[in-house]
Design a protein around this ligand. Structure first.
Ligand SMILES: [Zn+2]
Length: 415
């Protein structure tokens, strides 16, 4: 099972927008760009919403059938580990092995020594075709890298085996992710990490390193775009070389866990993958949920009232809602509107404040981030929420589709 060159991870927390999301993919195909949709949902999202991986599978299959979609698609067990992978085995055919938590765990001296010996030919300097200056590799560096990453990749091997034993080799796509950490991995580290992955026999097709800069949920990239582009380009070249050097799958590509809406780096990603004719997987976070709130606001009446309730309730429960996402949100308290203010808003004002149009005078990234992490409140509204989603599915579906197509796909691909 191989994933196509371009793929897009589409989160859908409440599982109602599969068709709208797929319409964006179909529009791209009509425009000449084939993008493989991958419905991704993490264990945390399932637990907050009380959904199951099987629900994501049902949603994806139903959308595909309803729109007679002919292309391939996947259901991603996003950010899983050995403790929670079991529930995803049947429903998923794409597995994101998250080993970030094991980075820094030290392997045994024997394992470290064996890895260093196996890297013999890279001591000194490492020349990667396409990268002008060779990397200097002092002896010490490989042992530092081994001490930092060997145990994490060994863990990935264990998770992979667990899945393989049940699904059979070749029946699923494997991603290895290390993005949820503070310190970015350098291109040199990525090279040796890929060697470790090959040594473990993991047929990795997508790899998600931590890139430089901040990838806050649902808002734009914060960091040095030029520095990002430099590292991203080196990563692309490192992967190209590592594929040949270590015999990894030749469609191996970078996976950018974007947290959605990294509009300022999308053109760089687009430029670089085109330059080298490479593939890309971009995971968007659950911003489909934000489009649902925008759609509710635009629908007005009780739907707008519910959207306002989500914000006001989230404001009162900030600490609880933000805690699990502390590393990936930056909310400025003094820029959050007061409940009284929001209660006065009409539907357009609410929608424009939430919708991510950079430069729009009403857009407020602080408001947006808070609602983004507030999906638990919608889950608690249960029926009331889902009934309104269904009642206003047309207007909401339009928001979801337009968001994916106009703001994401158009910026990432030549559409
Ligand atoms: Zn991630």
């Amino acid at each position: 099972m191989r994933i196509g060159k371009y793929s897009l991870g589409i989160g859908d927390r409440f599982g109602h927008q599969g068709e709208a999301q797929l319409r964006a993919i179909i529009s791209a195909a009509a425009g000449g760009v084939n993008i493989v949709p991958v419905w991704n949902k993490s264990n945390r999202e399932h637990s907050y919403i009380h959904s199951k991986p099987d629900d994501t599978r049902v949603e994806a299959d139903a959308a595909v059938q309803a729109l007679s979609y002919q292309g391939s698609y996947f259901v991603d067990a996003d950010h899983i580990n050995r403790s929670n992978v079991q529930g995803f085995i049947l429903a998923s055919d794409f597995f994101t092995l998250d080993v970030a938590g094991k980075i820094g765990t030290r392997s045994s001296d024997e394992e470290i020594a064996a890895f260093i010996t196996s890297c013999n030919k890279y001591f000194g300097v490492l020349s990667i075709p396409g990268i002008l200056d060779p990397f200097e590799i002092p002896d010490q560096l490989i042992s530092v890298i081994a001490e930092k990453f060997l145990a994490a990749i060994a863990e990935a091997g264990k998770i992979y085996s667990l899945i393989k034993d049940q699904k059979g080799a070749g029946h699923f796509v494997t991603e290895v992710s290390m993005d949820e950490v503070e310190v970015p991995q350098t291109p040199v580290e990525l090279f040796f990490i890929l060697k470790m992955i090959a040594d473990q026999g993991i047929p990795v097709q997508t790899i998600a390193p931590k890139f430089t800069g901040r990838f806050n949920k649902g808002v734009n990239y914060v960091g040095d775009v030029a520095q990002f582009a430099l590292e991203f380009e080196e990563d692309v070249l490192v992967i190209d070389y590592a594929v040949k050097e270590f015999g990894l799958p030749d469609n191996l590509k970078l996976s950018v866990h974007s947290g959605s809406d990294k509009f300022s780096i999308y053109p760089e990603i687009s430029r670089i993958i085109k330059k080298y004719d490479k593939g890309i997987h971009v995971k968007t976070a659950g911003t489909t949920w934000l489009e649902e709130v925008i759609g509710l606001a635009l629908a007005g009446g009780e739907a707008l009232d519910l959207a306002k309730h989500f914000y006001i309730a989230a404001l009162g429960r900030q600490e609880e809602l933000c805690a699990p996402y502390a590393d990936v949100i930056d909310i400025r308290q003094d820029e959050l509107p007061s409940p009284d203010e929001v209660l006065q808003w009409g539907n357009e004002k609410f929608a424009n404040t939430l919708r991510h149009i950079p430069g729009h005078p009403d857009y407020n990234p602080n408001f947006r981030q808070l609602i983004h992490v507030g999906y638990k409140i919608a889950a608690e509204s249960g029926e009331k929420y889902t009934a309104l989603l269904e009642k206003h599915h047309e207007i909401i579906g339009k928001c979801v589709e337009e968001n994916l197509y106009d703001r994401h796909l158009k910026r990432l691909f030549d559409l």
